[in-house]
Design a protein around this ligand. Structure first.
Ligand code: HEM
Length: 419
């Protein structure tokens, strides 16, 4: 029968392919540059990274289409992540994912997030109160620590969670540091010990919550009250710790890096933080008035997003005029999509005044859209405004971007200057 669809052989192959190793060499030489350059070869481009080719979606309209059409599962990165972190919302797929999404999503509704604003503001204030004029602080580490504190506090606010919280703070940096290596190696003793301990610790917390449910106001109490096994709750907690710390902390580190390079942006931001917050308690309504702060964070999310997501077809799917049979690997890079000059003129320029197109969605589209989006906006806006109202952070030298799930500054020492 005649089909207007082209088959896989029609998809252009990325330049730099070598016999035997495919594109591994080109990718190793400059992974970020390689991904950004793919769009020059077509809307969908074949990359050979092992025995099976991966088809990279480079056109923003196809990216949205792929995420909102049935026929895709999450692909190889998530399969690997599942063996390490279990079947929580951030890694699960299909019917199990939908069931979990129905249970977890209500916990992140605006109204619930509102109940955490005071805690978020108190944590951000404690950080800025600990700084002194002239001191150099590791802003990347300060942001990771703050974002972890906020998630852990939202998860467990009761006394029985306090000692567990301290240990989670010790374990998470070990896990986050080892994750990239552990994804490609069969063992990693430090990572494995920390991940095991984390699961045991969360298991003990769940037992304590079941024995004494408390007033049910924190996330763990709500998970325990939902219809889930202990193992499933443990997977959800690990999932939230993993998904809920790295991305906002990296985004915030980039915000302060960009502010130091753009004094006029910084001035506007500072003026807004003072006039809107001005010592008043943080409310959703006040966050809504931090319009310029939102633009600054949005621009950091555009320029410094997640590197890569994978997909796999679960049935025959038509995309961009090509017919993909079942079992084909696809991928897309928000990092590359957000640097497409047809959508973002002068894409490397940090410009909070640029207008963003519908295709822009740092929290993604479709069934896996970030469940923590409201939470993330609240904690990031509160952090930026709280710091900006008191301090200016000055650069201490050049900053290198490192390859990671969310490419982040290698280290970000900055000098704290009183305003
Ligand atoms: C700057 C901050 C954040 C960004 C840019 C971000 C981005 C994303 C993106 C792009 C996805 C979709 C992944 C996919 O398609 O497979 C996602 C999913 C998810 N995020 Fe976030 N996220 C952020 C903060 C958070 C926070 C603070 C939490 C929780 C406290 C969170 C929890 C999750 C979870 C559980 C999922 C999986 C949702 C699902 O598959 O149903 N995220 N996030």
């Amino acid at each position: 029968m005649f089909s207007a669809m082209a088959d896989l052989r029609s998809v252009p192959v990325a330049p730099g392919r070598l016999p035997g190793i495919g594109h591994l060499g080109a990718l190793a030489r400059g992974p970020l540059e390689f991904l950004v350059a793919l769009r020059g070869s077509g809307d969908i481009v074949r990359v050979d990274l092992g025995p099976k080719p991966v088809y990279f979606i480079t056109a923003p309209r196809l990216h949205r289409q792929a995420l909102t059409t049935p026929g895709f599962s999450r692909g190889r990165i998530y399969e690997r992540a599942r063996t390490l972190f279990g079947n929580g919302l951030a890694t699960s797929d299909g019917a199990l994912h939908l069931r979990q999404r129905r249970l977890v999503q209500p916990l992140f509704h605006r109204a619930h997030v509102e109940s955490y604003l005071e805690m978020m503001a108190a944590q951000a204030r404690a950080l800025v109160d600990s700084w002194e004029h002239g001191r150099v602080v590791a802003v990347d580490r300060a942001m990771s620590d703050l974002m972890l504190k906020i998630v852990v506090n939202a998860l467990t606010s009761r006394d029985i969670g306090r000692s567990a919280a301290a240990e989670i703070h010790r374990l998470m940096p070990v896990i986050m540091k080892g994750i990239a290596l552990r994804m490609v190696t069969p063992v990693h003793p430090r990572f494995d010990a920390a991940a095991d301990r984390l699961r045991r610790l969360v298991g003990e917390l769940i037992t304590a919550y079941r024995a004494s449910p408390g007033d049910g106001s924190d996330l763990l109490a709500m998970l325990v009250a939902a219809d889930m096994s202990d193992e499933q709750i443990c997977d959800e907690v690990v999932s939230l710790l993993m998904a809920g710390t790295e991305t906002p902390s990296s985004t915030l580190a980039w915000v302060f890096h960009e502010l130091a390079r753009h004094p006029s942006v910084e001035q506007r931001l500072h003026a807004e933080a003072r006039s809107v917050l001005g010592g008043a308690p943080v409310t959703m309504e006040a966050l809504g008035r931090l319009e310029y702060t939102r633009r600054v964070v949005t621009e950091a999310l555009r320029l410094h997003p997640t590197l890569l997501f994978t997909l796999r077809t679960t049935q025959t799917v038509s995309l961009g005029g090509v017919e993909f049979p079942r079992g084909v690997e696809l991928a897309y890079s928000p990092y590359a999509l957000h640097r497409d000059p047809s959508l973002y003129p002068s894409p490397l320029h940090f410009d909070p005044d640029r207008s963003v197109p519908d295709a822009f969605s740092p929290f993604n589209f479709g069934v896996h859209k970030c469940v923590g989006e409201h939470f993330a906006w609240a904690e990031m806006m509160i952090t930026v405004a709280t710091i900006a109202a008191r301090w200016s952070l000055r650069s201490c030298g050049p900053v290198r971007e490192v390859l990671a799930i969310v490419p982040r500054p290698r280290s970000l020492p900055m000098r704290v200057v009183a305003r």
